[in-house]
Design a protein around this ligand. Sequence first.
Ligand code: DX5
Ligand code: ZN
Length: 222
Amino acid sequence: MPINAPSLANLSLVEFGWRLTELKESGVDFFHIDLMDGHYVPNLCLPPRTVGDVKALCPEAIAEVHLMVDDPLSYLDELQQYGADWVSFHLDSTRFVRRTLSAIRERGMKAGVVLNPSQPVEALLPVLPWLDYVVFMSVEPGFAGQKFLPGSMERLASLCALRSSSGNDFKIVLDGGVTYEIGKQAAELGVDVLVTGIYMIFAQPDGISGAVKRFNSCFHNQ
Ligand code: DX5
Ligand code: ZN
């Protein structure tokens, strides 16, 4: 069964605390936390402190941080202090991809890179030995609530094939516009984590706990 990773960018700051509590009480133990700096992407989202807030409320949960920033290296000490568990950055956001991956691991966190829709999956080949996971973008980064881009499932299949042929056992996180139908196809391909947003967990008629139950029953046999 793929991991359910709700994208906290979908929450209004006004209701952040009690929605997070609702997610926790529904059994969610993995959170996708989008940090944006207004430079790498033309938007601002959650600040690094959110990681500390999430870990204070849900100490057992995994805080998976998706950095959409220039100069990801400069965020790592702060993220480590806040208790981040997984940290990823965009492949084209730094000239020092290997150094940044190693710096994440040296701080005791899982290291990931993020692949944009216009980047070939082969761009990962030079850094595979330093990778714990890949965040595969199926929308352009920067905004929650976008539609899954056409052609993304085929690209995702290429990434899964590359993982099998390379012998490197990194995890794959699918991020952007994931619906139940898309999630099922992705799980069949071997995707490990589904970032769930507006189409699966938030703004659902059965509320957050109903939506989490639906996720669990939908993927139960996978
Ligand atoms: C987009 C973010 C996503 C997004 C996912 O830049 O990386 O994590 O918030 O949520 P949905 O699928 O609702 O867009
Ligand atoms: Zn994200």
